[in-house]
Design a protein around this ligand. Structure first.
Ligand SMILES: *[C@@H]1O[C@H](CO)[C@@H](O)[C@H](O)[C@H]1NC(C)=O
Ligand SMILES: *[C@@H]1O[C@H](CO)[C@@H](O)[C@H](O)[C@H]1NC(C)=O
Ligand SMILES: *[C@@H]1O[C@H](CO)[C@@H](O)[C@H](O)[C@H]1NC(C)=O
Ligand SMILES: *[C@@H]1O[C@H](CO)[C@@H](O)[C@H](O)[C@H]1NC(C)=O
Ligand SMILES: *[C@@H]1O[C@H](CO)[C@@H](O)[C@H](O)[C@H]1NC(C)=O
Ligand SMILES: *[C@@H]1O[C@H](CO)[C@@H](O)[C@H](O)[C@H]1NC(C)=O
Length: 340
């Protein structure tokens, strides 16, 4: 019985793999610029920003009246007091690419004392993320207080919920903290990813689409371990509902575009397919294909921490990841240990 039950899962996983292969091979030809040809130019006029750490005592204090239109934010909800080397790399890259605008890192484990590594990044701010304050007495409270959500938190679920709640507070560009910006992402006005993932979202707080995400999210019947429930499922449903789309029509994206949702191709932020990530960390594979095909339109390099965190990178290696780190987070890179 148990064996029989696994078949549908196997079939679905295999199908996903093949669909992904087709998807990525289709786009590969478009990405023909050498890695070293990606500009690191930053954007926009200088603005005054406080680089100081702040401990937030109330919601009002947590969301001061600065413009978040061009702000970038990350979240880290594992409770760790500090970021990993690779996460620091992501933060430096964003603080550099968006050097004239705020870059905010929300951490549940931040104790209010900034570590020395943050010094060079004047436009970067770390804030303590208090989940009770963020969710209690809001529309998301039902999910937050669902059985098991807080008692045995699943990081992905907490992160899914937090990014939408924070967007609702102040808008801005949300980026997963395993995303290394190679140039400014602010060239894209409010958008979501074409495949309706939630790893990158740029919406302002008054966006009707965001309001729909928020509404749907609060109404969810929470199910622990369902990793799409609070992410792509919500987004897909919201898009469908907002655009009055019928079902999984092949013209889903076109129809949604007609109802004025801006989609950005996933390849812009994830130029390399998830099933090839591991190669990027190894110096033993021929990386010329990646180097030559990466990535005319790419703005960021998503390294999928959940897949790659336990693959060590040697600082002296010529793996693609190491080269990207060296180039886009040079300050952090200098302080990385020989294996990180
Ligand atoms: C980038 O590529 C373009 C066209 O492929 C080329 O003209 C330009 O010189 C390159 N720039 C750098 C810095 O390599
Ligand atoms: C946001 O960035 C864009 C692009 O760099 C710029 O044109 C715009 O003026 C900026 N808006 C604010 C409020 O800084
Ligand atoms: C706060 O966390 C940092 C690590 O980011 C640690 O070095 C420091 O000792 C902590 N300070 C206090 C007061 O716990
Ligand atoms: C927020 O987004 C809406 C729709 O995308 C737009 O009409 C509005 O001007 C934006 N507001 C700000 C402050 O950018
Ligand atoms: C969806 O279906 C309804 C009725 O079945 C129809 O009236 C409507 O035009 C359809 N919408 C689209 C976008 O196809
Ligand atoms: C790279 O560094 C590791 C350990 O730090 C060392 O074992 C290895 O021999 C080095 N490789 C090269 C090519 O220098």
């Amino acid at each position: 019985m148990a064996v029989v039950k696994r078949w549908p899962i196997l079939i679905i996983v295999s199908m996903m793999f093949f669909i992904s292969c087709i998807y990525y091979s289709k786009f590969e030809s478009e990405f023909v610029t050498d890695l070293h040809n990606i500009s690191t130019a930053s954007e926009g006029p200088a603005t005054e920003l406080s680089g100081k750490a702040t401990i937030q005592k109330s919601q009002d204090a947590a969301f001061p009246a600065i413009s978040y239109v061009n702000a970038t934010f990350f979240i880290e909800v594992s409770g760790k007091p500090d970021l990993s080397y690779r996460q620091k790399c992501a933060v430096e890259a964003a603080a550099t690419a968006h050097s004239n605008y705020p870059v905010i890192v929300y951490m549940t484990g931040f104790n209010g004392t900034r570590s020395p590594w943050t010094k060079p990044f004047k436009n970067m701010e770390i804030r303590t993320l208090n989940l009770d304050e963020l969710f209690l007495n809001t529309h998301l409270e039902k999910v937050y207080t669902a059985k098991g959500f807080r008692e045995k938190p699943v990081i992905e679920h907490v992160a899914d919920l937090s990014r939408i709640a924070l967007l609702k507070k102040h808008g801005g560009l949300y980026l997963d903290i395993d995303m290394i910006l190679m140039k400014s992402a602010l060239v894209f006005e409010s958008f979501i990813l074409k495949n309706q993932g939630n790893g990158v979202l740029r919406l302002n707080e008054t966006s009707p689409l965001l309001a729909k995400f928020y509404e749907k999210l609060g109404d969810v019947a929470y199910k622990r371990g369902d990793y799409t429930l609070l992410g792509s499922k919500i987004i897909r449903q919201a898009v469908k509902e907002m655009c009055h789309l019928n079902n999984t029509a092949a013209n889903f994206k076109t129809a949604a575009e007609l109802c004025h949702i801006n989609f950005v191709d996933d390849k812009v932020f994830e130029p390399v397919a998830w099933f090839e990530f591991k190669k990027l960390f190894s110096k033993d594979v021929d990386l010329s294909k990646f180097r030559s095909n990466i990535m005319k339109k790419a703005v960021a390099f998503h390294f999928a921490g959940h897949v790659t965190n336990n693959i060590p990178v040697f600082k002296n290696s010529s793996s693609l990841f190491n080269e990207i780190a060296k180039k886009y987070c040079p300050i952090m890179f200098r302080n990385f240990p020989s294996k990180y």
